[in-house]
Design a protein around this ligand. Structure first.
Ligand SMILES: [Zn+2]
Length: 232
C-alpha cells in the first residue's frame, strides 16, 4: 500500500470463518512474527482464544508489488466512497483470498469442487475467471472495462476503434478490444483487457508477451479493417 502518515505500508487481515468478523491491522513492515504478535497481543486478548489459525498460504507480500506499482488501484482500501461496508469487506477478503469459497479450509463439508459446474476446485480464480456459470457476468465486466479505457483514451485525443476483427495466420477470426492511434501517429496501441486473479508478480508481463505473440500475425488484416467506425 502507499505509505500512510504513520508509516504503515502493509495490512494484516484476520477473518473469523464462523462469525465472518474481519479485523485489520496496519503494519509498518511485514513478517510472520509481526502478524503472530498482533494475534497474541491484541486479537486473542480482545476477542478470545482461537481454535485454529488458517492461512491462505501466500508467500510474504504477494501482490503487494503489483499494488505498489499503481497506487490509484489501491485507493479503495483507504477511501471506500463508492462501496457499501459489506462490499468493502468482501473486496478486502477477495484481495487476500479468504472469500468464503469451498476451497478455503473449513468451508466445504463434502468436497471442494465448484458447487455450480462441479468441474474444478472452487477457488476465487475459478469463480471469477473460468466458471461457465459466471460467463455472462465476466463478459459484461470485460465490456465495461474496455469502454472505460476507450473513453479515457478518447479524452486524450486518441482515435479509438473497438471490436476490430482480424484474421489469424490459420485463417480463424480474432477480435481486438481497443485499438488507439495517437494524433498524427502511424503506429497504434492495442489494448486487450483481461481480468485475472493476481497469481504472481510476472503475470502482467507474461500476459502482455503472450498477447503480442498471439496478435502480431493479425496486424495486416487489422489495418485493413481499421476503417470500421470508432467505438461509441
Ligand atoms: Zn464452476
Amino acid at each position: 500500500m502507499p505509505t500512510s502518515s504513520f508509516g504503515h505500508r502493509y495490512i494484516f487481515v484476520t477473518y473469523d470463518v464462523f462469525t465472518k468478523f474481519v479485523k485489520i491491522y496496519p503494519l509498518r513492515n511485514i513478517s510472520s512474527k509481526l502478524c503472530a504478535d498482533k494475534l497474541v497481543r491484541d486479537y486473542i486478548p480482545t476477542y478470545g482464544p482461537v481454535t485454529a489459525v488458517l492461512s491462505d498460504n501466500v508467500s510474504e507480500g504477494k501482490g503487494i508489488i503489483l499494488y505498489k506499482e499503481f497506487t490509484p488501484a489501491n485507493k479503495w482500501i483507504r477511501k471506500p466512497d463508492r462501496l457499501t461496508s459489506s462490499e468493502w469487506r468482501l473486496a478486502l477478503k477477495m484481495t487476500v483470498n479468504i472469500c468464503p469459497l469451498r476451497a478455503i479450509p473449513g468451508r466445504s463439508r463434502d468436497r471442494k469442487h465448484c458447487r455450480r459446474c462441479v468441474s474444478e476446485i472452487e477457488t476465487l480464480g475459478h469463480v471469477l475467471g473460468a466458471c461457465p456459470f459466471s460467463e455472462t457476468l465476466r463478459n459484461s465486466r470485460h465490456h465495461r472495462i474496455s469502454s472505460m479505457i476507450a473513453e479515457a483514451l478518447r479524452k486524450k485525443d486518441l482515435t479509438v476503434h473497438g471490436e476490430i476483427h482480424g484474421i489469424s495466420q490459420e485463417g480463424s477470426c480474432r477480435r481486438i478490444d481497443v485499438l488507439a492511434i495517437p494524433p498524427g501517429s502511424t503506429s497504434a496501441y492495442i489494448i486487450d483487457p483481461t481480468v485475472r486473479i493476481e497469481a504472481q508478480e510476472q503475470q502482467p508481463a507474461d500476459s502482455t508477451q503472450k498477447n503480442a505473440e498471439f496478435m502480431s500475425p493479425q496486424f495486416p488484416s487489422i489495418w485493413r479493417n481499421i476503417t470500421s467506425p470508432p467505438l461509441k
